[in-house]
Design a protein around this ligand. Sequence first.
Ligand code: ATP
Length: 233
Amino acid sequence: MLKINNLHSAYNKIEVLHGISMTVPKNRLVVVIGRNGAGKSTLLKTISGLVKIKSGSITFDGEPLPSAPHKIVGKGVVHVPEGRRIFPSLTVEENLLMGGYLTKGSEFDECKQAVFDFFPVLKDRRHQQAGTLSGGEQQMLAMGRGLMGKPKLLLLDEPSLGLAPIVFGQVFDLIENLRDQGEMTILLVEQNASVALQLADYAYVLEDGQITMEGKGSDCLHNPKVKEAYLGA
Ligand code: ATP
């Protein structure tokens, strides 16, 4: 479904991704792990059009992805960025509305209900200004807002960052749930390699802008090099 071929991208003249090739099959959960600065966020930003492609290609459903971010969203590719970039001065409900601007009528209400069912605290706080939510609640809102766009492909950037254990559990329960429903393709970038690899159908290790290893999530989890470098074993 998503196919990346020999992708190079750069900030001004400094190249950060040096020839990435990867595939994310339909309705699968694929994880990218890697150290700080490896280029994980840049990879997601390049897919969602926020960073321009220098060379190489990205195809989605067999067609090249458009270059403008809003057109990429229109194709069903939704990016939940690192750092809970919600709209702080809008209410919880207004944030969800922004996420669902392409979702019509009853579908919008169904999506909103599904988000509230999964994160009841967002329903309780639906009239609250989003900037006043706790960090964990803001992460739930960022994910909820992403789901309001009924994504075909969901790009999740470090959703566990800075979360307390209970909220961390809730966020990963949601990811597991989405994977088990088998109706959404998910590309997850995560530093918490152990949890991410347990959930992953397939995984890639990114080091200094290059893929250095790939395999089934369970195989990577038991790979001695991954264990030593990313699992503290
Ligand atoms: P982390 O896990 O710390 O978020 P990451 O793997 O997501 O790291 P990136 O954020 O993709 O890494 O950064 C990769 C490299 O690109 C880093 O060296 C970073 O300094 C650089 N970089 C990121 N954003 C920019 C930018 N806007 N301008 C210039 N360089 C950037």
